[in-house]
Design a protein around this ligand. Structure first.
Ligand SMILES: [Zn+2]
Length: 468
């Protein structure tokens, strides 16, 4: 190597060194502190409002399937779900149960609502059956407004564990009573209750609908009531039990998004202390229990639109933390199943699911009610069924049982889409956690599901400009 070259190299190296030193100085003294502070400030700022969102039974394979279903529906292979960009980690789901290591919705909701694990079936009580304080109670004590928006009955395990206490999730009438009877600072714990479950509120022994009305709540029975009867205190009971799957829902029954927007409009008025809202896509779980892939995709779509409304609110507001997670997975759903060959392709196929106009549950009820099998299938399924498929349903219909007919119709969709199921119950894997907005940093990483409750308490009870 010649001396000129060496000299040139040294000159070049010195030049690079000067630039590097300058860059380091600039970064450490100016750029880094400013950007870190800004990021920290945004992440550690106490959010004014909290929207805590649960996809009940929404395991990762169902999310993957829904994303694929959405891509096919939109003809957009790169489409994401609205929560995909906000993934921050995973959470455990197991209960603290003497026998079980797979959670039910009650124990999982208790963990998230109170920060404490408990036994399956428990609604915000510990092993000794003593009540565990919930984040909703803390929110009310901090004078925050509170709202529950769910697609199950309002007395179902998740909303029950956030708003009441009971030794068993099965005591739905007691849970409904609790929503009215238990007060904090003279107020009912939840200002806005929207979902299903009229039968648990309007009973022969007690009419809680009348009592809520007397107590100043607007009573909502239909989608139109969400606008015409809108007020700061609302009890909306749109069906007797959980709401029908979105794809089957009668016109007067609102979507989860309709209810979410109605609640947010009210919560955002005269909102000096902030609000806590629980939003649950409850019936993703119900479809999972039935092993109904058509129903599961219907509920995921209904859920996504509601989550989108919540995220849009938060993006505009900039003072709202949104956490999105699941309590557990249901049905052991698998994206891909037996039957895939080199001819069919190695793929889960959403096309047959998109061809369903109603769920197999809906079709089975019509057939069990005496309608023609061929007519029902032809009217509600947009592909030509094979002779074998029709004969499967005809054979099932001989039982006269809607549930048997339902399984035979579901089998057609499973086989054509390559959807697998391993159980009619829950499975115990970890589930994803997504977060957006101020305070989201606390939800990052692999966390225990009790960390959700602990984080929420910390936020609600932090001294802030919003809360006393
Ligand atoms: Zn659940």
């Amino acid at each position: 190597m010649g001396s000129m070259n060496r000299k040139k190299r040294i000159f070049l190296m010195s030049g690079i060194l000067v630039v590097l030193v300058f860059a380091v100085l600039l970064t450490s003294h100016y750029v880094t502190p400013v950007s870190t502070n800004a990021a920290d400030k945004k992440q550690t700022k106490v959010p004014k409002n909290i929207i805590f969102i649960v996809g009940d039974g929404m395991g990762m394979p169902v999310i993957k399937a829904y994303r694929t279903f959405k891509q096919e529906k939109l003809g957009s292979p790169k489409a994401q779900t609205v929560w995909d960009p906000h993934l921050v980690g995973m959470q455990t789901t197991h209960p603290d149960d003497p026998r079980d290591n797979i959670t039910d919705s009650a124990a999982a909701a208790t963990a998230m609502a109170t920060g404490k694990k408990t036994y399956n079936d428990a609604i915000a009580v510990n092993q000794e059956k003593e009540p565990l304080r919930s984040v909703v109670e803390a929110a009310k004590e901090a004078q925050m407004k509170t709202a529950f928006v769910v697609s199950s009955d309002i007395t179902d395990a998740t909303p029950a564990a956030f708003g009441t206490h009971n030794v068993s999730r099965k005591n739905k009438e007691q849970i409904a009573n609790h929503f009215f009877d238990e007060k904090i600072g003279g107020e009912h714990k939840v200002d806005i209750l929207l979902g299903g479950g009229m039968q648990y509120f309007n009973r022969k022994d007690r009419d809680l609908v009348k009592e809520f009305k007397k107590s100043g709540y607007s009573i909502l029975r239909s989608k139109d009531d969400l606008t015409s009867q809108s007020s700061a205190k609302m009890l909306g009971l749109f069906q007797e039990d959980e709401l029908d799957r979105a794809i089957d829902r009668p016109k007067h029954v609102p979507t989860l998004k309709d209810m979410t927007q109605a609640a947010l409009t009210q919560l955002n008025q005269d909102n000096s202390h902030g609000f806590f809202m629980l939003l649950e896509g409850s019936t993703i779980d119900s479809a999972g229990h039935e092993n109904d892939v058509v129903g599961a995709m219907s509920e995921m779509e209904d859920f996504e639109k509601a989550v989108q409304a919540a995220l849009q609110f938060a993006k505009k507001d900039q003072e709202t933390l949104v956490v999105i997670t699941a309590d557990h997975a249901t049905g052991g759903f698998s994206f891909g199943a037996d039957g895939m060959t080199s001819e069919t392709g190695y793929k889960w196929d959403p096309a047959p699911i998109l061809a369903a106009k109603k769920t197999p549950v809906y079709m089975a009820k019509k057939i069990a009610g005496g309608q023609s099998i061929r007519d029902v299938l032809h009217t509600n399924i947009d592909f030509t069924l094979t002779k074998e498929e029709i004969s499967q349903v005809e054979k099932a219909a001989q039982s006269g049982e809607a549930s048997t007919i339902q399984l035979s119709i579901q089998h057609i969709f499973d086989q054509r889409s390559f959807s697998g199921w391993t159980t009619f119950a829950h499975t115990g894997e970890d589930v994803p956690v997504y977060a957006y907005g101020p305070g989201k940093a606390a939800f990052q990483g692999w966390i225990d599901n009790t960390k959700q409750g602990k984080n929420l308490f910390h936020i609600i009870e932090s001294p802030s400009t919003y809360r006393p």
